[in-house]
Write a protein that binds this ligand. Sequence first.
Ligand SMILES: Cc1cc2nc3c(=O)[nH]c(=O)nc-3n(C[C@H](O)[C@H](O)[C@H](O)COP(=O)(O)O)c2cc1C
Length: 180
Amino acid sequence: MKTLILNCSPVRDGATAFICALAAEVMSERGEVRSVCINDYSFSFCRGCRSCHLTGKCVMSDGVDKLMAELDEADRILFVSPSYWADVPGQFKAFIDRCTPWSNTHEPHASLRGGKLSYSIVLRTGGGMKECERLISTIEHYCGHLEITPSGSLALCSVDGKAAAEARSEEIISFCRGML
Ligand SMILES: Cc1cc2nc3c(=O)[nH]c(=O)nc-3n(C[C@H](O)[C@H](O)[C@H](O)COP(=O)(O)O)c2cc1C
């Protein structure tokens, strides 16, 4: 079982990164874990040209191909995302837009290996759960169109920085153990 953990935050040493590292520790008890950060990849915005609707391919070739190769290698993917303005960070949203060649909304489309599962952990500074639900919905909507089965989520409100994430370690560990 290969797990990919994607830090959807551009911050490599913040609260999101802490959660990714803790999740990697727990999940490496059973199988191979690879952790990457959205900022490890350099790619352009989707141009909205819709060529991929006809060809199943993007007219651009860049870091998106590398990150998609990581997704393809994995049997399950854990997305860890902070809220930026009540949704996923722009860097991750830009990646989602560029995955349109893989979307099952048009034929032909590119496909990942079948049978993948996805999980999400979302975090925010504010206290309301509704905003977390919006992030989970963005991630699960994306997974649905790539035929990756959403299989669980954890929402962490009132997290502002690494120390606050550390204080939630038990919840995070228990969620990750549930994925084993
Ligand atoms: C640009 C930006 C926008 C943010 N927008 C929100 C928001 O809309 N709602 C919220 O609750 N927290 C918001 N936050 C706070 C982050 O979700 C929170 O601090 C999170 O722990 C950051 O994770 P990080 O340490 O990995 O960067 C925002 C933070 C940044 C940098």
